[in-house]
Design a protein around this ligand. Sequence first.
Ligand code: ADP
Ligand code: MG
Length: 260
Amino acid sequence: MIAPFCSVKGLSVRYGQEVALSSVDLDIVKGERLAIVGESGSGKSTLARALAGLLPKRVKIEGEITWPALGHAPLPGRDFGFVFQDPGTSLNPVLTIGEQVAEAARQHLRLDWRQAYARAEELLERVRIPQSASVMRAFPHQLSGGQRQRVVIAAAIAANPALLIADEATSALDVVVQAEIVRLLDGLVREEGMTLLFITHDIALASGFVDRVAVFRNGELLEAGPVRSVLSSPSHRYTAALISSHRDLSTQPLITEAVS
Ligand SMILES: Nc1ncnc2c1ncn2[C@@H]1O[C@H](COP(=O)(O)OP(=O)(O)O)[C@@H](O)[C@H]1O
Ligand SMILES: [Mg+2]
């Protein structure tokens, strides 16, 4: 058996009295695209932060998270990139796009500024931003929400991390832009062989492109499995309800096939 990329065993997380995660067991396979789905408050972001080692100190954590394939705890930016919901808050309003993406590259790749700028421009092209040279000199407010999220993704993958964690990365965007960003993430993880943790409340959106789905409710992992089997025969009524509460899944070819 191949060692999992990341192994979570008996993970429980409490914020004071509030139980955010309860005895979660989950393995992440190298190179897979895994969706973490569940309603707001189900513990998705807590799981992402626990994996990333980004939970606040006061939080009570039990259980263990190991990285067998990596052999060490992952370093932010270097081993994993993080993309959050709101590209507005991830970017500094007073620095140019070029400065911010170059800084991400410089920090993690030991480049000097000139090399880092060249790398930044290359990264903007990788995330399919047109006219990357002029976007380098732009400030965040001059870009659309979708373009800003592309910039955040460029910074997140600056050091070729093995893992990309996208936490509701498309939730603030309108449906068309959302689909474009999903397509971009899908293409990038395929090209780079990255592992993707795609966190969303929208199971329909995730199931259009991920390999596996893990369903959370109230801090518990209800079920995890290949996207087709979870969609066609969910083990929990909650999963079935989650599926039917989202936009018409039958419009997506993958799912029509699974259901029929
Ligand atoms: N910083 C925090 N302090 C206290 N409670 C928190 C904090 N962050 C999250 N929680 C609680 O933990 C639970 C899980 O939250 P979260 O992981 O953010 O869920 P999700 O990302 O699925 O919306 C919720 O009940 C939430 O209120
Ligand atoms: Mg969240």
